[in-house]
Design a protein around this ligand. Sequence first.
Ligand SMILES: C[S@@+](CC[C@H](N)C(=O)[O-])C[C@H]1O[C@@H](n2cnc3c(N)ncnc32)[C@H](O)[C@@H]1O
Length: 259
Amino acid sequence: MSAAPDAARAAAGVAQYDAIAVPYQRSKESPIRRYLESHGFFALLGEVAGLAVLDLACGDGFYTRQLRQRGARQVLGVDISTAMIGLACRQLLPADTGLDYLVCDVQDLPDLGRFDVVTAAYLLHYARDVGELGRMCRSIARQLPPGGRLVAINENPDQPECRYAGYLRYGFSKSVASPRGEGSPITYAMISGRELFRFEVYHFERATYEAALAAAGFTDIRWQPLELDPQGLAVMGAEYWSEYLGNPPVVGLTARRAG
Ligand SMILES: C[S@@+](CC[C@H](N)C(=O)[O-])C[C@H]1O[C@@H](n2cnc3c(N)ncnc32)[C@H](O)[C@@H]1O
């Protein structure tokens, strides 16, 4: 684990997850995370055996570890929060030389060497304005060869603000000050066990994301719903999933670096 230069603009992002690292880690046990988010993420990603993967906004390494377990040759997890990377490092196996972590704001990432795939489960919507979004997209593009893939989970930019309510059964709420505009803060409040914690992400229109990705050199940009694990349907029942699937708060996002 190494530290990168910090910047004043990074302070809010660091503080957010330094304060909620442990409850956020626990929230990964919920049915949504297990049957929808994880299953959907790996369905979008496909086979990773033998690949070098850069896992951005890796948090406590929830996906980073799984990427390695699924056969990725080399996985580097990057996160802005020292507390989240601390949790990830505590779960490192000493003998595993194929998995490593770095504390860094994605906007400030140097060229780390080429990766086959960049994953970013919940990163781009932490950009607070179009300038930050552009810096993140350019940083990601720098890490990929022509044809290399970005696989992300992101805020659903097409969700109307009037449909943010309705997620209490899943253990969280989502709200935004109206009228929502470009860069409006969206607040998530989550219940994990007996703890309530909050964090903020930012709204951008689909066209804004696509313009930032295209300007950074990405092509083949696709927004795709996360696929539900059939086991989740069997365990929780169709009614449980109906609101989330009919009104997804987040979506899959994939793109390819132009050749
Ligand atoms: C919702 S968590 C997701 C963690 C992990 N990907 C997962 O799904 O379990 C979002 C993470 O993004 C990190 N983050 C936010 N802005 C960042 C930035 N500019 N650079 C790197 N990490 C960032 C936060 O510290 C936090 O750990």
